[in-house]
Structure formats: structure tokens, C-alpha cells
Write a protein that binds this ligand. Structure first.
Ligand SMILES: Nc1ncnc2c1ncn2[C@@H]1O[C@H](COP(=O)(O)OP(=O)(O)OP(=O)(O)O)[C@@H](O)[C@H]1O
Length: 291
């Protein structure tokens, strides 16, 4: 499987008077683990939504190999091999893990509605092939013994794994992970970090990660892009980025603002933990965890 480079070039997104992304650019090298970080409201989710076709950029370009993504609908982008997970779990809770993962295979299914409905041999063969691959992926992410369990009955950390497995079922070349450890406890976070490393090492695909857990970002990422108020303020290897004065200022500024807003009880911008915390949750840790 060839993995193309992702190039985000001068992307701007405006919402009625607010510039959520301002001429942002970065490159995700094939097979690398690239993180996008920044305080709350910096534009990270907007960036993901542009890459996956949910939002249309006001200007700029997103190239995935030869393809220009900014003009494409989400299903066309997915068909190019770009899969994403969501900050909030987006699974069907009443369906089994197997059925949720089979839904992830949907775009790869060739048999038409009629052939599948009539259970023609070609459709049955195809379903068996997909079932086999689903079982392999489930085993890879540690869900082999959960295939028959309804997703809604699983603990939160396991559901996040199912979501990741479903994205893998799309056989992506670029995986977009939106806060994969949000709301997890320490053990679950470690397991998920290990899994992300294993995906990258075994599958060789590119991974773009938005994450508030700074310790995890700094340990796992090859390259980190930092956004603040929609602008890219830093981009480079983790050790350089976490020493960057503008990055430190952005996080400290957000922390100070947070303290101020606590004083008058007004909700405000909150920092995503200091960039050099090593991941220890502190007073400035994010509150945006999935409920
Ligand atoms: N659909 C929308 N309509 C209007 N404004 C939006 C929309 N989506 C995002 N914004 C605004 O764009 C800015 C960037 O938001 P975004 O959610 O991308 O930030 P973020 O870095 O992902 O924040 P968080 O860490 O809190 O998830 C914010 O000011 C937000 O209020």
C-alpha cells in the first residue's frame, strides 16, 4: 500500500466573523506520526473537519498525493484512504463489535444491495472475506474476545478501541485520531498509546493526532504542529517545539486566562496542559473530556 504525503497549504476557515484557521500549513510525511496541538479553541477540530471534508475551507489547499481534498465530500475523502475517529464515540451501541466493524468495511464492499439481499454466492464470499479481515483487525487491537458483545455494554476505554478498529477496517492510508485518550484513566491511556505505536509500526500508515495529553504527544509524535487562535505558531520535532518561547507563551497565556475566568466564574479558553508537563495532569489540564 503506498502512503502519500498530506500537504496542508495556507488553509483558512472563517465562520461568520471568526477566523478559526488562518493560512495554516503543515506536511504529514508518509508513515509518520504527526500531532496537532494547541489550547482550547485553537482550531484543531476545525482542521480535522477540513481534512475529512466536514467543513469546506474558505481558501487554501489540502493535497493527499495527487488528490485535492478541499473540494471533495467526506465519502470521497474516505474512499482515498483517509479514516477518522471522533472526540465523542460515534458507534452504534446496540450493535455488536463485529457489526460495528463490518460497517467500517462498507466502502470496500463491491457487492450491490440486490446481490447482498439475495445472498448470491459472490456476495456471501465477499461477506466472508470481510468477516475474516474484521476478525484479524479485532485481534490486532485486542478485541478478539469481544466480537459478539454489543458495544454499549463495553467499558469506555474499550469502546474507544472499537472506534479505532472501525477506522482501521477502512484500510486507511492516513488515520486521523481526534483525542483518542480523552476521558481515559492512566492504564487505558497507556494501552491506547501502545496501540497507536503498534499501528504505525505494523501498518506503516500516516497518523495525524489531535490530543490534549502532552506527555503522550511528546513521547509519540515525530512532528508537532502548534496552533493558537487559528494560527500556526510552531512546527517541528517535539523537543524543539516544547522549548519554543511562543508555544510556552501560548500555553501560559491560556492558563492565566483560565485563572482569570475562574475568578469571575465565566467559562473561557483553557490550556491543554503545559507543553512540558510530561503528561502529568495539573491545574491546567483539559476539561473537554468526553462525558
Ligand atoms: N461550526 C462552527 N461555527 C462557528 N464557529 C465555530 C464552528 N466550529 C468551530 N468554531 C469556532 O472556531 C474556533 C476553533 O474551534 P475548534 O473547535 O476548531 O478548536 P479546537 O482547537 O479543536 O478546540 P478544543 O481543544 O476545545 O476542541 C473556536 O473559536 C470555535 O468556537
Amino acid at each position: 500500500m503506498s502512503v502519500p504525503r498530506l500537504e496542508v497549504l495556507d488553509v483558512t476557515v472563517r465562520f461568520a466573523g471568526l477566523t478559526a484557521l488562518d493560512t495554516v500549513g503543515f506536511t504529514v510525511e508518509p508513515g509518520s506520526l504527526h500531532a496537532v496541538i494547541g489550547p482550547n479553541g485553537a482550531g484543531k477540530s476545525t482542521c480535522f473537519n477540513v481534512l475529512s471534508g466536514v467543513y469546506r475551507a474558505s481558501s487554501g489547499s489540502v493535497r493527499f498525493g495527487e488528490a485535492e481534498l478541499t473540494a471533495l465530500a467526506p465519502h470521497r475523502i474516505a474512499a482515498l484512504g483517509v479514516a477518522r475517529t471522533f472526540q465523542n464515540i460515534a458507534l452504534s451501541p446496540h450493535l455488536s463489535v463485529r457489526d460495528n466493524l463490518m460497517l467500517g468495511r462498507h466502502r470496500l464492499t463491491r457487492a450491490g444491495f440486490l446481490a447482498a439481499g439475495l445472498r448470491l454466492p459472490s456476495a456471501r464470499r465477499e461477506a466472508a472475506e470481510h468477516g475474516g479481515r474484521v476478525a484479524e483487525i479485532a485481534a490486532f487491537v485486542g478485541l478478539a474476545d469481544r466480537l459478539a458483545t454489543p458495544v454499549g455494554l463495553l467499558p469506555y476505554g474499550v469502546q474507544k478501541r472499537v472506534e479505532l478498529a472501525r477506522a482501521l477496517c477502512m484500510e486507511p492510508r492516513l488515520l486521523l485520531l481526534d483525542e483518542p485518550v480523552a476521558g481515559m484513566n492512566g492504564g487505558e491511556r497507556r494501552d491506547m498509546a501502545e496501540l497507536i505505536v503498534a499501528i504505525r509500526e505494523s501498518l506503516g500508515i500516516s497518523i495525524l493526532l489531535v490530543e490534549h495529553d502532552m506527555g503522550m504527544v511528546m513521547r509519540l509524535a515525530d512532528t508537532v504542529t502548534v496552533l493558537d487562535f487559528g494560527r500556526r505558531i510552531a512546527d517541528g520535532p517535539p523537543d524543539r517545539v516544547q522549548r519554543d518561547p511562543e508555544v510556552i507563551r501560548a500555553y501560559l497565556g491560556a492558563a492565566a486566562e483560565n485563572t482569570d475566568t475562574h475568578a469571575d466564574e465565566t467559562p473561557g479558553r483553557t490550556p491543554a496542559g503545559s507543553p512540558d508537563t510530561g503528561g502529568t495532569p495539573g491545574a491546567g489540564e483539559p476539561r473537554k473530556d468526553v462525558s
